[in-house]
Design a protein around this ligand. Structure first.
Ligand code: C2E
Ligand code: MG
Ligand code: MG
Ligand code: MG
Length: 275
């Protein structure tokens, strides 16, 4: 009956809300108690065969269990925690990148939420993180998901220009999903486009056309291209043959703590069969 459906819905809502509040409280105390940490995933430059940059990804364990960012980032956004968390992520990533020993020239690429770009004091936060860490601005990238295009595009463009004026690079993340169009790449004038993992995993089933179109457009517009979620040698070979310049994925390396990057890098340099 209608009545029982309404009751089930309410019960579900209550559970969802309870989970959200648990996450919100846990997250805010994790931030205060310094329990969040970053992991880094290498992105390989096909031309040089070297690591071009590393993407910084946030990690949080609640009661010994990893909560995925796909679950806690939306909660942080909803409850306004994303600004303080985002500032911490920027500081921590810049500091660790400034001190990583395996290669000083390797840049760090930091994810930024739409909310941070729209309402946060992002330019100041970035400026301060660069200043405090001593990381050269050209060694910092910022990744913004294309859901940004649902926001006020003029404001987005203005913010991106201010960031680029600092000499940092701006990447469009998860390209090809959501509201993006190839024409948007033209109006954005970002520096890097990251093709979403879903097209790499379907490279044999239609994903290839999207990758090729993006690659062509990116070349015309002077973007550098990254393929996300490369899991097999076959995918890496196909992408390389298509002219994709940068590859990222479990095939090369999973996201890892700073302490593990050095050892990974030693192994990677010796294993030239990867590319
Ligand atoms: P993203 O920025 O697109 O990051 C790439 C995601 O793909 C990461 O998931 C990474 O672990 C995963 N990945 C990388 N290579 C492979 C692969 O070969 N196969 C598969 N199956 N997955 C791969 P993660 O760390 O769970 O992050 C998910 C999303 O959460 C990120 O997507 C990003 O949008 C967001 N996120 C993560 N850290 C932060 C952060 O510090 N700030 C903000 N605002 N968002 C973040
Ligand atoms: Mg990203
Ligand atoms: Mg992505
Ligand atoms: Mg993503």
């Amino acid at each position: 009956s209608v009545k029982s459906e309404v009751c089930m819905f309410t019960e579900q809502m209550r559970e969802t809300l309870y989970r959200q509040i648990t996450l919100k409280n846990g997250l805010s105390s994790a931030l205060k108690n310094n329990q969040l940490y970053m992991v880094y995933q290498p992105v390989v430059d096909c031309d040089t065969g070297q690591v071009g940059f590393c993407e910084a990804l946030l990690r949080w364990e609640l009661d010994g269990k990893l909560i995925p960012p796909s679950e806690f980032i939306p909660v942080a956004e909803q409850y306004g925690l994303i600004y303080s968390i985002g500032a911490w992520v920027m500081q921590q990533s810049c500091q660790q990148a400034a001190s990583w020993s395996f290669d000083k020239d390797v840049s760090v690429s930091v994810n930024v939420s739409v909310a941070q770009l729209m309402h946060g004091d992002l330019v100041n936060i970035v400026t301060r993180a660069l200043h405090d860490s001593g990381l050269p601005a050209e060694n910092l990238h910022i990744e913004i998901t294309e859901s940004i295009f649902a926001a006020d595009i003029n404001y987005v463009l203005q913010q991106m220009k201010s960031l680029q004026k600092l000499n940092i690079k701006v990447s469009v993340d998860d390209f090809g999903t959501g509201f993006s169009s190839l024409a948007l790449l033209q109006s954005l004038s970002a520096d890097v486009v990251k093709i979403d993992r879903s097209f790499i995993s379907t490279i044999d089933k239609g994903g290839k056309a999207i990758i090729q179109a993006t690659q062509y457009m990116a070349n015309e517009l002077g973007y550098s291209v990254v393929a996300e979620g490369v899991e097999t040698k076959k995918q890496a070979d196909d992408l390389k043959a298509m002219g994709v310049a940068n590859l990222q994925g479990f095939y090369f390396g999973k996201p890892m703590k700073l302490e593990k990057l050095d050892a990974w890098h030693q192994g990677f340099k010796q294993d030239n069969r990867k590319l």
